[in-house]
Design a binder for this molecule. Structure first.
Ligand SMILES: *[C@@H]1O[C@H](CO)[C@@H](O)[C@H](O)[C@H]1NC(C)=O
Ligand SMILES: *[C@@H]1O[C@H](CO)[C@@H](O)[C@H](O)[C@H]1NC(C)=O
Ligand SMILES: *[C@@H]1O[C@H](CO)[C@@H](O)[C@H](O)[C@H]1NC(C)=O
Ligand SMILES: *[C@@H]1O[C@H](CO)[C@@H](O)[C@H](O)[C@H]1NC(C)=O
Ligand SMILES: *[C@@H]1O[C@H](CO)[C@@H](O)[C@H](O)[C@H]1NC(C)=O
Ligand SMILES: *[C@@H]1O[C@H](CO)[C@@H](O)[C@H](O)[C@H]1NC(C)=O
Ligand SMILES: *[C@@H]1O[C@H](CO)[C@@H](O)[C@H](O)[C@H]1NC(C)=O
Length: 492
């Protein structure tokens, strides 16, 4: 009788947790996000950038040439974690500001939660920016076994404070006194996690770097790598990129030292385009962070490693930020959720097959501010933009931040001039053929009214699922002054 019970519970165990049977085949996943990182800010797009470690992985893996993200930090991170378009979750407008009492909806399943169900150890190092007004919103409660990093959108790279509050935690514990430049802190943490990892379990490490978001800060030795760059800001920014690259090299070495490298998938992606005001560069793409032009949304990205069947080439298929959730769940041997926006592209990407994605929503944000109030979709080769595309409408070369002297690209002035005279925005819409015109020089809206109308119809269908943006006023209850000078959950 005992024996039967033991056998039957064993059977249940085998039946219901059969992922154990394929455990050997489950890859480790290292998901790297570079913050505000431009198209033209990486060696494999621009030989002037010194990123040997990134380039080696990119050239040995698959460079993703049409990998799209949202135009801003919070919406892209929401898409990475949930596989759902931000506009369907009320997460589309701007980013979560430090004292805003909201977060990514708590009824959504995050990627690490899915991977935990598949047997993964799950870790996060870096920037969260998906809300922190209550503990349930934070990484520790959303699927991560460990967390070292910060909750808000930016902070000082050394002292880890922003707006007068310390924002740095290990799990739920405040970390005080760490004055190390953040990519070094992160690489050190990654090495600890990798070294003490139980190798019989697969590992997921989500690594959204602070780099290279403003403030523009870097130890001198990295800046000194770019004596030829004239503008001080661009020189420092370039150094920040190389410091991040060194951190990635160190983490790669740690994976090798610990025998995990050849069973690891590495994904590298920007969260949005470079920010022209802070020396990020997307040339020759148009626009930048906050715009729905390609410079704000077409990410520098690659995938490397375990399970890839064809490598050393550039993948031209469409990939969107929402696709990583189901794609990585599939790579981990699981069943992607149904009813999400993301498409499982694992087989297509790893074998170099045509992408199953043929259209996507760049962004829908119904709230007009200095930065947003626009809609854009892609259908095949065509892209439709409606409304205010965002500031930075031009093409900016590195080291020449104000290259386009005819347009005052500062957000407030640009919005004002756009509102006064937006006649360049033919018939209220812009239409581009991204295949023929990837840099968005030729607005076809006037020539192709029938296509505009058709695309507007498709956009109308997408917009039916809009959940109005959550963008509550700041709440002083969240101020770190109420929590001993530390940004702390527990005020919503
Ligand atoms: C989450 O909650 C929102 C608001 O109540 C609801 O509209 C949405 O369908 C829910 N999503 C899921 C996946 O349960
Ligand atoms: C941290 O550095 C910033 C400059 O980036 C400075 O304004 C702030 O006072 C510093 N905070 C602490 C606690 O040292
Ligand atoms: C990389 O590792 C070297 C050697 O341990 C160390 O000196 C350097 O600071 C590390 N760099 C980063 C960015 O982690
Ligand atoms: C590692 O994980 C395996 C499987 O989960 C477990 O059996 C083993 O005891 C673990 N080893 C250590 C040292 O924790
Ligand atoms: C990974 O590396 C280990 C030792 O370095 C080797 O034994 C194993 O066969 C390799 N696995 C694959 C899939 O290449
Ligand atoms: C021009 O801007 C105004 C104010 O934002 C807006 O109401 C109007 O629809 C815009 N016109 C076009 C053609 O985009
Ligand atoms: C990447 O896309 C661009 C168009 O934006 C195209 O010109 C280029 O040939 C593509 N790269 C490769 C290697 O396919």
């Amino acid at each position: 009788m005992e024996r039967t019970r033991v056998l039957s519970s064993l059977w249940i165990f085998l039946c219901c947790f059969n992922f154990h049977a394929v455990k050997g085949a489950q890859p480790n996943i290292l998901f790297i996000v570079a913050d505000d990182f431009g198209w033209n800010d990486v060696g494999f797009h621009n030989p002037g950038m010194l990123t040997p470690n990134i380039d080696k992985l990119a050239y040995g893996g698959i460079i993703l040439n049409h990998s799209y993200v949202e135009p801003l930090c919070t919406p892209s991170r929401h898409a990475f974690m949930t596989g759902i378009y931000p506009y369907k979750s009320g997460m589309q407008h701007l980013v979560i500001l430090p004292e805003q009492p909201y977060c990514s909806p708590l009824n959504l399943t995050f990627l690490p939660q899915k991977l935990k169900q598949l047997g993964y150890a799950t870790h996060m190092i870096g920037k969260w920016h998906l809300g922190m007004c209550k503990w349930e919103c934070t990484p520790t409660y959303r699927g991560f076994d460990t967390f070292l990093g910060y909750y808000q959108g930016q902070e000082d790279y050394y002292n880890k404070t922003v707006l007068g509050g310390l924002d740095f935690r290990d799990g739920k514990d405040v970390v005080r006194g760490d004055m190390t430049y953040s990519p070094i802190t992160y690489a050190t943490r990654a090495d600890h996690l990798i070294s003490k990892h139980n190798k019989s379990q697969p590992m997921f490490l989500y690594l959204p770097f602070q780099s290279v978001h403003e403030p523009i800060q870097v130890p001198e030795k990295y800046e000194d790598l770019y004596p030829n760059v004239k503008t001080e800001g661009r020189r420092k920014y370039s150094g920040m990129v190389s410091a991040m690259d060194e951190a990635i090299g160190n983490i790669t070495e740690s994976l090798k030292r610990n025998g995990m490298f050849n069973n690891t998938i590495i994904i590298f992606t920007a969260d949005n385009g470079g920010w022209p005001t802070f020396y990020g560069n997307n040339y020759p793409l148009r626009g930048g962070k906050t715009t729905v032009y390609e410079g704000g949304t077409r990410a520098s990205a690659f995938i490397y490693g375990a399970g890839l069947k064809r490598t050393g080439y550039t993948y031209d298929g469409l990939v969107h930020a929402v696709d990583w959730n189901p794609t990585l769940v599939a790579a981990a041997g699981g069943q992607p959720d149904v009813g999400i926006d993301g498409i499982n592209l694992w087989e297509e990407i790893r074998s170099g097959l045509e992408s199953k994605r043929t259209e996507f929503v760049y962004h829908i944000d119904e709230v007009l501010t200095l930065f947003e109030g626009h809609e854009a979709i892609r259908v095949g080769d065509y892209k439709l933009i409606q409304g205010y595309p965002g500031p930075y409408p031009g093409w900016y070369k590195p080291d020449e931040v104000t290259a386009d002297q005819t347009i005052d690209y500062r957000p407030a002035n640009y919005l004002r001039s756009y509102q006064k005279d937006n006649s360049s925005i033919d018939i209220g819409a812009e239409l581009f053929n991204i295949k023929d015109d990837p840099y968005e020089h030729n607005n076809l809206a006037r020539e192709q009214p029938a296509l505009v109308k058709k695309m507007q119809g498709i956009l109308d269908e997408y917009r039916k699922h809009l959940v109005p943006a959550m963008h509550p006023p700041n709440d002083k209850k969240g101020n770190p002054a109420n929590f001993g000078g530390v940004w702390t959950p527990g005020w919503c």
